[in-house]
Each structure stands twice: as C-alpha cells, then as structure tokens.
Design a protein. Sequence first.
Length: 375
Amino acid sequence: MLGTVLLLLALAKPACPSPAGAVSRRAEALKRLLEVFGMEDPPAPPAHFKQPPQYMVDLFNTVANADGVTKNPDILEGNTVRSFLDRTHSEEMRFLFVLSSVAKNEKILTAELHLFRLWSRVTVGPKRHHFCQISVYQVLEKEQPDTPGGKKLLAARLVSLQTSGWEVFAITPAVRDWTEDESSNQGLLVTVQSPEGILLDPPPLQFASGRDHHESKKPMLVLFTDDGRRGASLPTGGFPDIKPQAPDLPAEMPVPKLVGSRRRRSLNRLQPCQRHPLSVDFEEIGWSGWIISPRGYNAFHCKGSCPFPLGENMRPTNHATVQSIINALKLSEGVSSPCCVPDKLYSINLLYFDDDENVVLKQYDDMVAGSCGCH
C-alpha cells in the first residue's frame, strides 16, 4: 500500500500548467489517494470555524506524535473514534445524537456518553443531600418515556455533589440498536435521584447543555469502532525515534568521477539500500480544510542498491540472500538482484471533520516506512 501512496502523491503534486491528460491523471491520483484513506469524496470543510472537542484533541495527542505517527498503538480500541454533539440543545436532560455518518461495515466496540457536570445547586434544610444517583436511560417511547416500557436503564452511578467535571457513561447497547435500526433512535434520558432512588425535582445538579454553555462542555457521544481495514503483515507498532538508515559505503569502494546525470545515476546505484525522507503535505494536496491534525507527515521511502554480498546492515531475508547469490553467479537467467523495500511499516492517525462536521480520529496502517531492507 505504501508504494501506491507514494506514486499517487507524486502524481497529485501539481507542476507547471499541464494539458488535459495530466489534469485527468491528477484527478485520478487524488481519487485513488482518497481510497487509501477509506473515502469516496473528501469531506467538505466546516461552513464556519469550529473548535474540535478537547477530548478528541487530547486523544490524538495521546495516541500519536505531532506528525500523526502512532506512538501508543495499544490505546485505541479498534481503528476509528467518532464524536457526536447533542442535537437537542435543550435545558432538559434529554439528548439526541445523529449517527448517520457511521458506515454499515463499522463494528461498534464501545459507546460512551460524555456529560459535563456543573457545580451543584445549594440545598438547605434537613433534606440536604451530599450524594445523588445519576441514571442514563435509552428512550423507547419518545412521547411517553416514563410509562412502563418507555425507557431502558443503561447506566447508573452515585456521585458527590461537592465536585464538578466530566462524567462518562457506557451506553454501547443503545448505540448498537440505533445503528442497526436508525428509526429506533429516540435519544437518551438522564435522571437525578436520591441515594434511596427518589426522583429529585428540581435536581440538585445540572449538566452543561449544547445551547447555553461553552463548546468545550457540550454533551458528546464518543464511539469506538473498527472498519475491518488491516495492512500488510510486516512488523508494525509504535514509532520509536529511529534515525534514518545511512550505512556508509565501504572505504575500499571508489567513487567514479563522472559528470552530470551519468554521475548521479552511478552514485544512486552505488548507494546502499536505505531510508529517505518523503514529505506528505495535506495543504498541497488540498485537504487542509477538513483535516485538523496533522498538517502533514514524513512517509519516508526506500531507495538504494542491494549488492552482493548482502551484509547484515541490509537486513536481508533468507530469500533475498539466495536470490543475490543466484544473480551474482549467473546461475539462472532473468533473476534480478533483490529490491530495496520497507521491512517495517508504521501507522498514522488523522483527526478530521466528516461530512456532518463531527470530529473523527482514524488510524491508518502501513503509511510510514520505519526501516528498509533488501527483499
């Protein structure tokens, strides 16, 4: 996959004014590049400036380096995290999240309701409460949720009234119902009760709503999914601080004194297999309007010769060693020398706005050449 990406990026980068054929190739290259990123069309940038939820920004920074390369591969459950803001904008503790952007092939792993709890109202008298129970229900009957069968309990928790901050509730069964049958999505209902289970009206605590509170405190649904995409079987994982491979030429290997392009071609043939930088700039591609982070990344690419005999610094496979010997001794016609290719690949992460202006964190396998070898 990485080789395909590199070719497409080279085609996607415009040069001088080009004829219709080159323009068509560029359009086709960008289309293929979108396929690598699992999209048919690039999402439209938000109509107005939007601040992504801090939770999603923090999650990206925990999972990835500033350039998007995965540093903690075991944190994410699945390869996609989607965030949805509440669509009711109501002061009542009713919440609705539209999940139409979730693809049919995505497996729902975990769903969380994130609510920001405000400082509790002061209560006085003998019935003053220090704790209360928060219950989250899946609404089954939108108009009559309090009737028998009108709602289903998803989560309940006893909390102190002396603090404020985020409360997170697992609501996976409800979201699985909604993605299987979109018409069943009647939203969520949250109630506040005494520790004995008595409904408190008015409730001694409130959650920030989507209407009157700061963007950073809006109710949010966070969905962890897996779309089934998997990369090659090369070793993968976190991205350590690897210095680009640059083995020195043997001291006894003379560099011929050639001129112009002949000299450069000869030098390229003599350079051993190693990793070279390859910058991917999303602004140059035209994607900076919908991608939040990173602005680009270094994909690296592998280039150089695999001369006989292959040393350990070439990281050869046994097959490559045998092929090198057969090629050097001319034991069989048409057998070329081994190729310089990535032998370790790493994933990158994109934080972006989808078509519904929801913020998505998605991890893509096999996007960075971690090291090169002769294969």
